[in-house]
Every structure is written in C-alpha cells, then in structure tokens.
Design a protein around this ligand. Structure first.
Ligand SMILES: *Cc1c(COP(=O)(O)O)cnc(C)c1O
Length: 228
C-alpha cells in the first residue's frame, strides 16, 4: 500500500497518464540520499534504484542487503571502477567508450546473469563530457553485443538543460530515432532511458521506456527530508 504522504504514488500516476498503454520502468535515483530513504521507498514497492557513485552505492547496498533491489549505475564510469560496477550492479547505464566494455565483461561474476548495459549518448550537450557521440553508438553496440557476459539493453541520455521545451523535445526525438536503429539490429535492446524530475512526461511522450527520477521522489538532495 502506498503511503499517503509519499510522492511515489503521484509520480506513478503521472507516468501512467503520459505513457498510455505502454509500460514504463521507473528508476528511483537515490544518490546522496541515506539508505533509510531507499528502504522507505522499497517498502512502498519501488524496486529499481539508481546510484551515481560506486563507493556510495556499495555502502548503501551493504545496509540494504535484506531487500530485493535492482541496482542501476547511472553516473560517469571510470575504468578503475569497472570491477565493482560489474560485481555489484544489475545495470550499468553509463557505458560511453569502448575501453569499458572488456573491463565490465571480464569482471562480471559467472554465477550472475549477464550485466545489463545501456550506451550513454551525448545528445547535443557540448558542456557535458559524458556520453558518446551519436555516430559512435553503432560501433559500441557491436562490441557490447559480442560479449556473452554483457547484455545490450539499449540507450541512455541526459539531454542538455535547454530552457526551451521544444529543444528538449528535439533531443528526445533524436534519441528515439537512434534507439529504433539499435532495436532493429539487436533483439535484446528494449530500453530507452531518458527523462528526469523536470521532464519525464515529455521524455515518455517522445519514446522513453525508462525514466530516472530523483528529487521529485526524495525531495532536494541537500535538504534531505528523509534523513536518518
Ligand atoms: C541525478 C540524476 C538523475 C535524477 O535527477 P532529478 O532531476 O533529481 O530527477 C537522473 N539521471 C542521472 C544520470 C542523474 O545523475
């Protein structure tokens, strides 16, 4: 049963309205939130959580080991963190260069299912260093799909923070087009991860199948309304 005062229920309703008949996966972004806030949301039925920083996530995972949580790494990935990422997450959404692919594959424990991987695309944000160029997606997809310990699930993007919704919409639409090309080539690619607290309804209308929502669920990351 959903808590009356937790925003989760209202967010789920807004997702359903924007999605119509389509199913949308909600990743609750818990970076800089205490483990207690994750536990509270997990007890309301939320199962997917996204973390940006590997070390912070490992601490929370240890505290929450009794819960059945699907962990998504959504922050920039350094090559020296690939081992921890491959061992302790179910999904890595931020694969944006070829070098990371064999490192993740090599470190994925054999007793676990293949690691779910999204290619992070830099869709027109010149200020961001994360994400590969749209023209590099095809090569990365070929590399990932050749690794039996990895499963190519699709694409992820953080569009530029355009104040103009039409420009954001154009970025989302370009992602949707790239995603359709990948989906046509790889049957395992079923996920387009885009849309955050400020723009998830727009992202869903432009084809997102997964949204990543932090502040709208947890409150501001500095105020920490659910702190321990
Ligand atoms: C922080 C973060 C989010 C969530 O952002 P909100 O605006 O708080 O919803 C989503 N995706 C990524 C990659 C993030 O770093």
């Amino acid at each position: 049963m959903k808590g009356m005062h937790h925003p989760l229920g209202a967010i789920e309703t807004r997702i359903r309205v924007a999605a119509g008949a389509r199913a949308i996966a909600l990743v609750a972004v818990s970076k800089l939130q205490p483990a207690s806030a994750v536990r509270e949301l997990a007890c309301l039925g939320q199962r997917r959580f996204g973390e940006n920083y590997v070390q912070e996530a490992l601490h929370k995972q240890a505290e929450l080991a009794d819960l059945d949580i699907e962990w998504h790494l959504i922050g920039p990935l350094q090559s020296n963190k690939c081992g921890d990422a491959a061992r302790h997450f179910d999904w890595v959404q931020s694969v944006d260069r070829a070098k990371l692919v064999p490192l993740l594959a090599r470190e994925r424990p054999i007793e676990r299912a293949p690691l779910n991987v999204l290619i992070q695309v830099n869709i027109g944000d010149e200020t961001s260093k994360s994400g590969c160029a749209p023209a590099a997606v095809s090569t990365l997809a070929t590399l990932i799909s050749a690794e039996p310990r990895l499963c190519l699930r699709g694409l992820m993007a953080i569009p530029a923070p355009w104040p103009d919704p039409d420009q954001r919409r154009a970025d989302f639409a370009r992602m949707q087009q790239l995603f359709e090309e990948i989906r046509a080539r790889y049957p395992t690619a079923d996920t387009l991860s885009m849309g955050m607290s400020d723009d998830f309804e727009l992202a869903i209308r432009e084809g997102a199948t997964m949204v990543r929502i932090g502040s709208a669920l947890f409150g501001s990351r500095t105020a920490r309304p659910h702190s321990v």
